[in-house]
Structures are given as C-alpha cells and as structure tokens.
Design a protein around this ligand. Sequence first.
Ligand code: OXT
Ligand code: ADP
Ligand code: MG
Length: 578
Amino acid sequence: MSATAQNAETATGAGEQELTDGFNLIIDALKLNSLDTIYGVPGIPITDFGRMAQAAGIRVISFRHEQNAGYAASIAGFLTKKPGICLTVSAPGFLNGLTALAHATTNCFPMILISGSSEREIVDLQQGDYEEMDQLAIAKPLCKAAYRVLHAQDIGIGIARAIRSAVSGRPGGVYLDLPAKLFGQVMNAEAGRKSLVKVIDPAPAQIPAPDAVKRALDVLKSAKKPLIILGKGAAYAQADDAIRSFVEKSGVPFLPMSMGKGLLPDTHPLCAGAARSTVLKDSDVVMLIGARLNWLLSHGKGKTWGDAPKKFIQIDIEPREMDSNIEIVAPVVGDIGSCVQALLDGMDTKWPVPPADWTGAVAKKRDENIAKMAPRLMNNNSPMDYHGALGVLRTVIKERPDAILVNEGANTLDLARGIIDIYQPRKRIDVGTWGVMGIGMGYAIAAAIETGKPVLAVEGDSAFGFSGMEIETICRYKLPVCIVIFNNDGIYRGTDVNKAGDDPATTVFVKGSRYDRMMEAFGGVGVNATSPDELRRAVNAAMDSGKPTLINAVIDPAAGSESGRIGNLNPQSALKKK
Ligand code: OXT
Ligand code: ADP
Ligand code: MG
C-alpha cells in the first residue's frame, strides 16, 4: 500500500476528499523511483519523516553522525548506480552531511542530500529561526545541482530533477532543500498522485561518435607499448564483461586505479599493477577508461611519465575532462558501456597483439616485484609490521573474493592497495580522489546493506577515529562487518616526540590503546591480535560468523613512513628548527 493510501484512511471521513501531505508525497516519490534506502540522522524537522518512511517499507539506517551517513549514501551510489540518499536535519546536521556531498561530487558518485531546513520567510530576513541557515546557497558550489521545494505539488518534480541530475552524464552529488513547513502541507491525494514522476531512463546511454571510436582504435593499433588504465568510472559503469573482453581482445597490459581493481582480477596475466612505474614511464600510448589525469596520475606529465613522447586516448562521459591536463589525441566521449562496446565492435578479427618485447618486459617487471614482496608477506613478527599483517588479509580476500574491502589510512591504505589482490569489480572501496579520512564505517555499513556481502574494513588507527562511533550502528543493525585496526599508536607512526614541552607530539595517540574493547561495549566481538597468526584466526572467525567484530591489530609504532607513499607531497620548511 502506498504511504498516501495508508494516510488517506485516517484523513478521509464521510464526504471528505482524500488527502495527502508532504511527508507522504516524499515517501511515495522515493518509492516510485525505487529509492528504498535512506541513510541519516533524525531530529527536527525530519524525525517523523524517518518513522513514516520506515513504516512505509523504506529501509532507514540511523547513524550517529551525518557525515558517516553521507559517506554511506555516496558509496551506495557508486555500488548501485542509483543515487544514495542521505537525510539530515537543518543547519548543523546539513553541514555535517555536506562534506560527504562534496566528496560524492568530487568522486563522481550519484548521491542526494535531502535536508530539512528553516522557514524561508524567517531565514531570508535573518530573524533567527531555529537552526537558521541559507542552506541552498551554501550547498550550491559544492554539488552538481541544488533544488528547493516549497509546495507539496512540486515534490514529485523536485525529486525527479534531483535523481536525473545525480545520475545522468557525469554522476555527482545533488542537494534537495525541504523547509519544515513543506512536510505538513496538505493537498488532494489524487492530485498528489498525479504530481509524482517516475523518472524514465535517468542515465540515458551516451553513444560515442563513430569517428571518435575509429580515431581511438587507430591510435591504439599504432602503439608499440600500449597501456590501458582502468579507473573507478569504469567500475561504476557496470560494463564489466565488455571491459574484460576489450582488454583481453586487445592484449594490452592494464593498470587498475585503486577502486578500478577487480574489474579484471589483479592476478590476470595482463595486469600491470605490480609494474606501475615501468608502464607509466615506458608506455607510448595510454588509453584511460573512466580515470582522470589528476594528481593520482601525476597530471599525465613529469618524471612519473618519462621523457619519451606519449599519446593519450581518453574515454569519459564528461567532454570537459578532455585536455584538462595535457593533450588528448583521441577523445571518446560517451558512457563507458557504449564506448567500450563500440571499440570492441570496431576491432577487426585480425587485431594485432602488442609487440611481445613490450608485454614480456611488463610481465617480467611485475613478476620480479611480486617475488620481491612475497617473503615479507609471510613473516610472523610480533608486534606485527604492515607486510606480515597484510599478508594475512590478502589470503582472507583470496579465499572470499566476493567480500568487500574498505580501506583507509596512510601506510595502511597504500600498502594494502598493493598487497591485497582484488578479484571482482567494485570490491575495493577507499579514500578516493581526495584521500579523505573518515569514509570507513559509513562505507562499511552501506556496502553491507546494499550488497548483502561480508565486509572487511582495514583501517589505520587515525582513520578509524574519524567515524569510529558508528561501530554502535554496525552492532545495532547486526551487520557482517569485520574491522581490522592497524594500531601503530598514531598518524603514520607512533614514535614522534615533542621536544618542546609535556604535550604529546602532534601525530601520536595513547600508546597501547585497546580499540577492541569499544566493540565489546556494544555487544560486538572484540579481539586483540599481536601476531599474524592471531590476526588470521580472528579475521577468519569474524568472516565465517558474520558477527560484527573489531580486531585491534598491534603494529610496530616504528613501521610506517610519513604520509605513506605520498610523503613527497608534504611541504617542508627550510627554516624548521631541528
Ligand atoms: O612500480 P613501482 O616500483 O613504483 O612499485 C609500485 C608497484 O608497482 C608495486 N606493487 C606491487 N609490488 C609487488 N606486489 C604487488 N602485488 C604490487 N602491487 C603494486 O608497489 C609500488 C606501489 O604501488 P602503488 O601503490 O600502486 O603506486 P604508488 O606509486 O603509490 O601510486 C601513486 C598513487 C598516488 C596513485 C598512490 O600512492 C595512491 O593512490 N595514493 C593515495 C594516497 C592517499 O590518498 N592517502 C591518504 C591521504 S594521506 C593524509 O592526507 C592523511 N591524513 C590527513 C587527513 C586526511 N587525509 N583527511 C582528513 C579528513 N583529515 C586529515 C591523516 C589524518 S593520512 C591520515 C591518517 C594516517 O594515519 P593512520 O593511523 O590512519 O594510518 P597509518 O599511516 O597506517 O598510521
Ligand atoms: P580514478 O580515481 O579511479 O582514477 P576518477 O574519479 O579520477 O577515477 O575518474 C572517473 C571518471 O569516470 C570521471 O572523469 C567520470 O566523468 C567518469 N565516469 C563516471 N561514470 C562514467 C560512465 N558511466 N561513463 C563514462 N565515464 C564515466
Ligand atoms: Mg596509524
């Protein structure tokens, strides 16, 4: 039964017209568009809305902080290609959700932040309403689109616009402002039903121009040392079979970006993940599929890319992405599914495999790097180092390739990215384009809710702190999430000393903290693991049982390096006192 019909039973008396209101119309509009999960934090003016949505069959996941609910919504968008919905109260709740909305936009994830707000008349005259703030104006520069609905009859259109804006073209974050008064506005139920919009074909296929496809194939065919880079846009596109066929048919080595891992398994013979520096430097033609030439790819220039001339082919839905950093000789604008299919269709049966000296050199470098790493992953040191602990987790994922890996931290992130092989698409989710700390628990919750698969969250102790309170949410909803905290007593390392006074150094935490005990406070399983063997036993038990578990993995405080693998980005003062 629709929420409107349910409500109508109470609103209709003999001879009265059937009525609906803002609450019910929003719920009906979401359901009509199969938006069946909301991540949020209740409070004025949306408390009753959350209750009513839950009663109407929408899954409403209540968090402890809006930022985490927002990150959950953002990754739900990435995993499902439907906009993730985050619901917040006005001003402070809205602002807490805004970081995640900006994050979704930056990462090209579809998300809608729906926030209650104060009354326009009072806000615009700045008369000091409860939680007064001009939220629409603040959200606008941080998202793809922002809308406000003032009248109940516009709710259907408002939500339709928000959905279409979030998922069409380059996906992103959308803000929807719903002033408190809107929720209670009453209107005729039949007119209300008619005002709702089911969005038809919200993300229409964008077919690439045949000329552009031919140009791209010609450039690729001419290459002596070709490389394909698969980014998180390729993972988002859910064109998994076409992408795999294209890579295999072309015979070109591929380099997955962090969240592009698993589109083809990291163990695939064409995977060049373990020969990253070599392929970036030595390749002559690079085809980017759903990856931007931003800082993560050194903007396509500089010593990372070597001195030899290089040609770039780029496949992206956003035309303005082309030439953003350097010249793209073969831009292919369209959705990745359509583009890759067109490329496949355009490859004749006699497509030449790349020269064997190139593919052989890539494979040799990759195998050398993997062999060099292998013994380090097998150590059983206590306290653990990153390699010993990650060697264990690598096996856990190998044995459970459908589990989702959430990963944040600095060393914990950078080393896990290289060491833990991923075997299926969209199974690794992490800090993304901003390298942001705090996505951990929100991502873990949404991954479990949206996919029903077990989740392994590998967290630096600092990273975990940004969203740690949500372990209560994980226990409350009984989610199959196993959190492993790489506890090295601090940010990057736990060894810094403040020589100027009694305060601790800026990068260190309480030594020997027992994060596992936090989990026990909420009825979850907490384990303190001091060796790889203990870690293996604890993670396997958690993944097998599906019980919410937090493992405090004790890591040598001296094991990490400043900022992990991006220490080069830290500015240094020439005047700093030693
Ligand atoms: O080819 P070469 O020889 O170069 O070798 C490469 C690969 O070929 C090889 N490789 C392999 N070898 C063998 N086997 C296998 N399987 C294999 N796979 C790969 O390994 C090397 C490296 O490969 P990789 O990683 O692919 O290559 P590289 O060169 O590193 O790639 C470059 C990048 C840029 C693409 C990559 O480094 C990358 O993706 N980096 C992302 C980095 C990032 O986003 N970091 C997070 C931000 S750091 C910092 O900002 C932090 N803060 C500040 C802060 C943030 N971020 N947010 C907020 C809201 N507030 C504050 C904080 C607070 S981090 C942080 C907390 C840190 O402390 P924690 O306690 O949480 O964590 P710990 O550090 O553990 O203590
Ligand atoms: P990574 O960080 O993995 O390198 P980026 O976030 O930089 O990936 O790039 C993702 C790119 O994918 C963006 O430029 C975005 O426009 C593009 N994109 C996202 N979805 C699609 C799609 N369905 N079709 C084509 N391009 C897409
Ligand atoms: Mg740490």
